[in-house]
Design a protein around this ligand. Structure first.
Ligand SMILES: C[S@@+](CC[C@H](N)C(=O)[O-])C[C@H]1O[C@@H](n2cnc3c(N)ncnc32)[C@H](O)[C@@H]1O
Length: 256
């Protein structure tokens, strides 16, 4: 399992172990299918923040055309190496860049640029975040498409957190509004993304609860018992039939 360097000074290990098994596969593959439909037909593609390439592969495997090349950008060098090795046998992978979005130095323009759940790590303040919204759209060819998958404000991911995790400009609503205000045609597709928490609610043991806490709060250390109690109370409050709904929004922006 990789260590994740989301910000220069922070490192998170093993935070994804429990999240993929929690996601409802029907929900997630519904999202993947829509992404694949939106990207289908594009010849030049880049995935910004591909991680180890699992989502990338789910999408590329479902494209209708094979005559594409997908570049990969990822700041975590080991994750990018794993992604390249994992994807290359079955997918058309182009260039691989070890870089953050902010530091990406390229004049190349793409038919489609996509990014899945990476915007939280782009910037620490609104001005820098807006710069990244400009930067990522600047990678798109005229009449091409930018796809940003991210969470809405009312996601249970945010509802169950015991403190604000990411600044509010990360919400899908802010991103959509930003592009619309700048005069772009921007649309949103809204999805359910349910997460099973029945295992956590059916035991008094704290191991899974505390791991889930780490994932939700982007922490590499375990919470105190007091924090874990508060977190459990929030999970109880927001769950329905043992599921939370993180929801997911796909923002689609057309380049001018
Ligand atoms: C939650 S993971 C999502 C991975 C993958 N896109 C997916 O959906 O499965 C966030 C990814 O964003 C990457 N990342 C962190 N900071 C970034 C930045 N400034 N620019 C681009 N990617 C970044 C991380 O290294 C990590 O791979």
């Amino acid at each position: 399992m990789a260590n994740w360097h989301f910000w220069g000074e922070k490192q998170f290990s093993d935070v994804y172990e429990n999240i993929y098994i929690r996601t409802s596969m029907e929900d997630w593959f519904g999202i993947v299918d829509v992404l694949a439909k939106e990207i289908s037909g594009a010849k030049s593609i880049i995935d910004i923040g591909c991680g180890e390439g699992h989502t990338t592969k789910q999408i590329l495997d479902r494209l209708k055309n094979d005559d594409y090349a997908c570049d990969l950008l990822e700041p975590n060098k080991n994750a990018l190496l794993n992604a390249e090795a994992f994807l290359s046998p079955e997918n058309n992978i182009g260039k691989c860049y070890v870089s953050t979005l902010a530091n990406f130095d390229s004049n190349k323009k793409y038919d489609t640029v996509f990014t899945s759940h990476t915007n939280y790590y782009w910037a620490l303040n609104q001005k820098d975040f807006d710069d990244q919204l400009e930067k990522i759209l600047g990678l798109v060819k005229p009449k091409g498409k930018l796809l940003i998958l991210t969470l809405p404000e009312d996601s249970d991911h945010y509802n169950i957190a015991v403190r604000q995790i990411y600044p509010e400009f990360n919400y899908s609503e802010y991103i959509l509004d930003y592009y619309k205000k700048s005069g772009y045609v921007a649309n949103i597709k809204k999805f359910d993304m349910k997460m099973y928490v029945g295992d956590i609610l059916s035991t008094k043991k704290r191991y899974d609860l505390k791991n889930f806490f780490k994932f939700i709060h982007n922490m590499d250390t375990y919470p105190t018992d007091g924090e874990a109690d508060l977190f459990l109370e929030r999970i109880r409050r927001f769950q329905k039939n043992n599921y939370l709904n993180f929801k997911d929004h796909l923002i689609i922006i057309e380049q001018k």
